[in-house]
Design a protein around this ligand. Structure first.
Ligand code: RVP
Length: 452
């Protein structure tokens, strides 16, 4: 991976659309597992169906929807064109296109259906899935198109190419792609139905698996890893976690985990520490596990990469995680704020927010992650259901984060993360310095509120 950022195994975060956007930026998403095996495998397939430069069609509508509905859809997504499919889904039968040039809210009756104003498929240029990106680009320019729908032999929509995608693709030099130029994607698994889920995910093309649990120091994780090794050898890679100390790390490393995820109780939506007294400060956990990882590498010659997961809210938090020894980070809140996350956008008092909920909240009811021994019921919540300020495009956010992280590395004289682990100097912060920094942040927030 060119970009050491992964998106959290959460329903509010890792959808096919976000996975594609993050892979374009060189990172990796882990599709969440709080769903049926078929649903999760379908999401992985949706990502793998996309070749670099081809876009997941996310603004879709049924022909029977009204012009009023398509107006709201386009306005809320800040887009000009929607794809019409028979069932309004991203891979339904392609019926046509409707854009803001095809009707005017004051000229046309908003109760009329989309079919009455759309440009039907028969009049449009489309291309088969075998088309290359440069051929698609030629079709776009020869026919003066804004959108080129990619439609398979059965008439189903596969993806779309927008006029600017070719240029954009040229900008993405670090895309996470496999040998067939398909985007790479990870998937969460659990320690209950792994015998069904893992084969389905491997079949769907998942590039990397991760056991999704808030407490990974368990015999069940060891059994899940053993199952993967027996069935697939090293052909399938699987990470495990989460742990917060060296003992937990060593247990999972000995079990054969391909990477280990660190963090319990530190997530921005997580209340496990309040509820159960279980968890650890993220930096303390990382320091302990990094020591164990390095000792393990010296003893065995096997370097098990570490993922720092939870509580990384700002770019500077990520910088500290890398300085402490993380090899990559996992982010929930950070990606939930982006346009590409699956959560709805809401307007509160003139400001835009995205909904963001923990997997241990009643909304997610993720009983494989938060098993209280009650079957399908969460006896108590370990996560909250809230809002995060809308942050716009993932591409812009990741771009800024990476520029900042590189700048941090350079300040420490490092050009690789491995050098940064070795060369970064961390010092304890005095109470006075901490307060001063906090006061500065509060002052800055106050000023920007006043300016608004
Ligand atoms: P954050 O990036 O701080 O939003 O944290 C995301 C992480 O929080 C996830 O990757 C997961 O480890 C943890 N999580 C997810 N749901 C919950 C919960 O409901 N307590 N916690």
């Amino acid at each position: 991976m060119a970009t050491p950022l992964t998106s959290a195994i959460m329903g509010a975060v890792s959808s096919p659309r976000l996975a594609i956007a993050l892979a374009q930026c060189g990172g990796l998403s882990f599709i969440h597992q709080n769903n049926t095996v078929e649903e999760q495998a379908a999401m992985v397939t949706a990502v793998k169906r996309h070749k670099a430069g081809f876009r997941f069609s996310d603004i879709n509508i049924k022909p029977s929807a009204t012009l009023g509905e398509v107006t709201i859809l386009l306005e809320s997504a800040e887009r000009d064109v929607a794809v019409v499919t028979d069932d309004g889904s991203p891979h339904g039968t392609f019926i046509g296109l409707i854009s803001t040039d095809d009707f005017h809210p004051r000229r046309h009756n908003l109760d009329d259906d989309v079919a009455s104003r759309m440009r039907p498929a028969a009049d449009l240029v489309t291309a088969p899935p075998t088309v290359s990106l440069s051929e698609a680009n030629t079709l776009i320019w020869d026919n003066r198109l804004d959108v080129l729908p990619i439609v398979d032999g059965t008439g189903a929509l596969q993806s779309i190419v927008l006029r600017r995608d070719y240029e954009l693709h040229k900008q993405f030099r670090n895309e996470s792609i496999d040998a067939e130029k398909r985007f790479r994607v990870g998937a969460g698994v659990n320690t209950r139905d792994y015998r069904e889920r893992i084969p389905a995910l491997v079949e769907a093309g998942a590039d990397l698996l991760c056991i999704d649990s808030s407490d990974g120091f368990s015999v069940w994780q060891s059994e899940t890893i053993a199952y993967v090794r027996e069935r697939y050898g090293d052909r399938v890679r699987i990470g495990a976690g989460n742990v917060v100390d060296g003992r937990g790390f060593r247990y999972l490393a000995d079990a054969g985990a391909d990477f280990v995820k660190v963090g319990i109780g530190g997530g921005s939506i997580c209340i496990t520490r309040d509820q159960k007294g279980i968890g650890r400060g993220q930096a303390s956990a990382l320091i302990d596990v990094v020591e164990a990882r390095d000792a393990y590498a010296r003893e065995t010659g096997i370097y098990v990469p570490l993922c720092c997961d939870g509580g990384l809210i700002t770019d500077s938090h990520m910088a500290v995680a890398f300085a402490l020894g993380a090899d990559f980070v996992m982010l929930g809140r950070y990606f939930a704020r982006c346009a590409e996350s699956p959560a709805p956008i809401v307007r509160v008092g003139g400001q835009l927010f995205k909904e963001y909920w923990g997997e241990g909240s009643n909304r997610a009811r993720n009983v494989t992650r938060y098993d209280h021994g009650g079957g399908t019921k969460l006896t108590f919540e370990e996560g909250v259901d809230g809002y995060v300020p809308y942050a716009g495009s993932l591409y812009d956010n990741v771009d800024t984060t990476i520029v900042k992280l590189k700048s941090t590395l350079i300040s420490c004289g490092a050009t690789t993360i491995a050098d940064f682990h070795r060369d970064a100097v961390l010092v304890p912060v005095s109470q006075q310095s901490f307060l001063q920094n906090t006061a500065e942040i509060q002052l800055r927030d106050l000023q920007s509120d006043t300016a608004r």
